[in-house]
Design a protein around this ligand. Structure first.
Ligand code: URA
Length: 206
């Protein structure tokens, strides 16, 4: 058993990892993914921010509110999906994770993908898109496109749906419709039809 396997025995929960010294200093805790271990859709963000670090859960700050709102609109309830990050510890001053930090956490992400075995992986933003596809991504142009990747020993490839980061809609309102459309596509790929209860998107209110 290597160190990584010992730190993550169930494929989902990382314990006591000290691979990235700067992140060990900046984190309050390791922020594991949340949601059902057999979810059809796995959302992958970049790294925890301040709120996520404080609460120990991915996407619980403003970006999380934008995402939750759009999930509801398309009939994907937050507690039916799984959500995780490429890197599980908050980088100092919310900087992007370094290449080395992404690589250090890669095995945990791959273990989670294999354990959850989702129908579709949705990458939220440029960093997770590039990390999983292994190429540069122009996320504003490519949001809504699907590509297949191989992960670990899995017999079949996984579909990756590139998506804007929800925060992009906070900085630039013109991105709202593309973000909404991509989340709708995620629901369609997972076989969920838009719910009547979810109603109109209120994204414009954020
Ligand atoms: N942004 C991310 O990429 N991940 C989070 O968990 C929160 C914000």
């Amino acid at each position: 058993m290597d160190d990584e396997q010992a730190d993550c025995m169930d494929g989902l929960t990382v314990e006591g990892c000290t691979r990235c010294p700067a992140l060990v200093d900046s984190r309050s805790r390791i922020v594991d993914g949340v949601g059902p271990a057999d979810a059809d859709v796995l959302f992958v963000g970049e790294a925890p921010g301040a709120q996520e670090d404080a609460e120990g859960e991915p996407f619980v700050g403003r970006s999380g509110s934008v995402l939750d709102e759009q999930l509801r609109t398309v009939g994907l309830e937050r507690d039916a999906i799984r959500i995780t990050n490429c890197v599980r510890c908050r980088p100092p001053e919310n900087r992007d994770p370094s290449t080395e930090e992404l690589a250090n956490c890669r095995g945990y992400l791959e273990a989670e993908i294999e354990r959850v075995d989702p129908d579709v992986i949705v990458t939220l933003g440029k960093v997770p898109g590039e990390h999983l596809l292994g190429r540069s991504v122009a996320v504003t142009k490519e949001t809504g496109t699907v590509e297949e990747i191989r992960v670990g020993e899995a017999a079949t490839p996984y579909r990756v749906l590139l998506c804007l980061h929800p925060a992009a809609t906070l900085y630039d309102r013109s991105q709202e419709s593309a973000f909404a459309e991509t989340i709708r596509e995620a629901a369609a790929l997972a076989g969920v039809s838009p719910s009547d209860e979810g109603g109109q998107s209120r994204l414009g209110e954020y």
